[in-house]
Design a protein around this ligand. Structure first.
Ligand code: PEP
Ligand code: MN
Length: 466
């Protein structure tokens, strides 16, 4: 990690993919200076604890999930708690069925910026700058000029989300000791609801039993259960590290704990805006600014790996961001598409194995499988998502490797009548093309809804049980 040639701003001497042109440079610098003085959103000890979980336990299952992009307007009590509720429900199914500890990383509290394949788009016959996410410009076609004040608003919305998240997690919402408090009445598929209620019953009985015989927490953490005593769960935040000006402003140097400090290295740089950051498929150029920034931060990082990644390039990338081959430092998030995974994954696994780089492989079955419905909506087919996921499980097994988790775009959001969103086709609820328009709420990529997400959780849980 960070050698003497690295600094939080060394990325500025490299080509910046997906860069944003601000009309007022002075205003940008004023905003960034302000952000630089604001308190960190996450602490180094949280980041290190997460690294330990990722690096030290190769039986853990990483669940990376949330919205494609958060919006400032969606920063509400309901949205945050339904997102956390779904992440917890999903992980409970995996913990209980597969007896695997789950490390939960939300795409939350900072996932505002979006990469775009084109810098402009045409809306109602008018060509405008593309929407780049709420921290850059507005979704409204008349509000597309990048405004630095949005970075400050991003900090504010991240901190308020995180504040509420910390409140929820420390006040029993997440406690596996009260699973009966989690309501599944809105799950419309009777079989899905039954399966879930069955798990909750089993877990509640196990906890009652452990209380009766005086064991504080059961199942034990190592077997996928609650954390000691308080029964809280490990939950972390993440976003794509895309807007490097902002990431630099949130980069802080902290002393390393004595167990990690050496004679030559007593401090490290952390990105204090999230526990985990990832490099997107469009910004992972070996000599580019994003890879330069990422190589110097102490946080665990993700790298998206798509069909265009050349085998040799992947190893060179790992050499740059993880020269010391530290376990838990890099998670590779593969996103080839259901029809392409067979052509690429085995080769990538083999090359990484040969290089001796320790990585966690997780499957993103969403981003290689986007399509446009006959009604013109951006969607994904549940069957195709499952196809990429099952191919991924099979190929890892064939290559003597292990799939260590999934990366999903999902939402537990419900409308006032208790109905889920309708953005992806299929699933046990058999969502049809005609139904897509009913409650299509994403302003970015289509997300699995509550029921479709639980379908995926049961598939994973059953796979690892066997
Ligand atoms: C994303 O995760 O929302 C995304 C844009 O992914 P990718 O970089 O893999 O296309
Ligand atoms: Mn997306």
């Amino acid at each position: 990690m960070a050698d003497s040639t690295w600094s939080p701003s060394s990325w500025t001497s490299k080509p910046v993919a997906q860069g944003v042109e601000y009309p007022d440079e002075q205003k940008l610098q004023r905003v960034l200076s302000k952000i630089n003085t604001l308190p960190p959103l996450v602490t180094p000890s949280e980041v290190l604890w997460q690294s330990t979980l990722l690096g030290g336990n190769n039986e853990a299952f990483l669940l990376h999930a949330g919205d494609c992009a958060e919006s400032f307007d969606a920063c509400t009590h309901e949205n945050i708690s339904s997102k956390i509720g779904l992440i917890l429900s999903f992980s409970l199914i995996v913990v209980w069925g597969a007896r695997l500890p789950v490390v939960r990383i939300g795409r939350i509290a900072g996932q505002y910026a979006k990469p775009r394949s084109s810098s402009t788009e045409t809306i109602n016959g008018k060509t405008v700058t593309s929407f780049r996410g709420d921290n850059v410009n507005g979704l409204d076609p008349d509000d597309r000029t990048p405004d630095p004040d949005r970075l400050l608003r991003a900090y504010f919305h991240s901190s308020t989300t995180l504040n509420y998240l910390r409140g929820l997690l420390s006040s029993g919402f997440a406690s596996l000791h009260h699973p009966r408090d989690w309501s599944f009445n809105h799950v419309r598929s009777p079989s899905l609801r039954k399966e879930f209620e069955h798990i909750v019953e089993g877990l509640s009985d196990a906890l009652d039993f452990s209380r009766t015989i005086g064991i504080e927490s059961m199942p034990p953490y190592e077997q996928g259960g609650a954390r000691e005593a308080v029964g809280e769960v490990d939950f972390y935040t993440s976003h794509e590290g895309l807007m490097l000006d902002y990431e630099q402003a949130l980069t802080r140097e902290f002393p390393l704990p004595p167990s990690l400090a050496t004679k030559d290295k007593k401090k490290a740089y952390y990105n204090a805006g999230a526990h985990f950051l990832w490099i997107g498929d469009r910004t992972r150029q070996l000599t580019g600014a994003h890879v330069e920034y990422f190589r110097g931060i102490r946080n665990p990082i993700g790298i998206k790996v798509g069909p265009s990644m050349v085998k040799d390039e992947l190893v060179r990338l790992l050499d740059i961001v993880n020269p010391d081959k530290e376990s838990g430092r890099v998670t590779l998030i593969t996103r080839y598409g259901a029809t392409k995974i067979d052509d690429h994954l085995a080769g990538h696994i083999q090359t990484v194995q040969d290089s001796g780089h320790p990585v966690i492989w997780i499957c993103d079955p969403m981003h290689g499988n986007t399509l446009t419905s006959s009604t013109g909506l951006k969607t994904r087919n549940f069957g195709t998502i499952i196809s990429e996921l099952t191919s991924c499980l099979r190929i890892h097994a064939e290559c003597n490797s292990r799939l260590g988790g999934v990366s999903l775009e999902f939402t537990g959001e419900l409308n006032d009548e208790g109905f889920s969103v309708t953005e992806c086709l299929g699933g046990s609820m058999e969502l049809s093309e005609e139904q897509l328009g009913l409650r299509y709420q994403s302003f970015c990529d289509p997300r699995l809804n509550f029921e479709q997400s639980l379908d995926v959780a049961f598939l994973i849980s059953n796979h690892f049980k066997n």
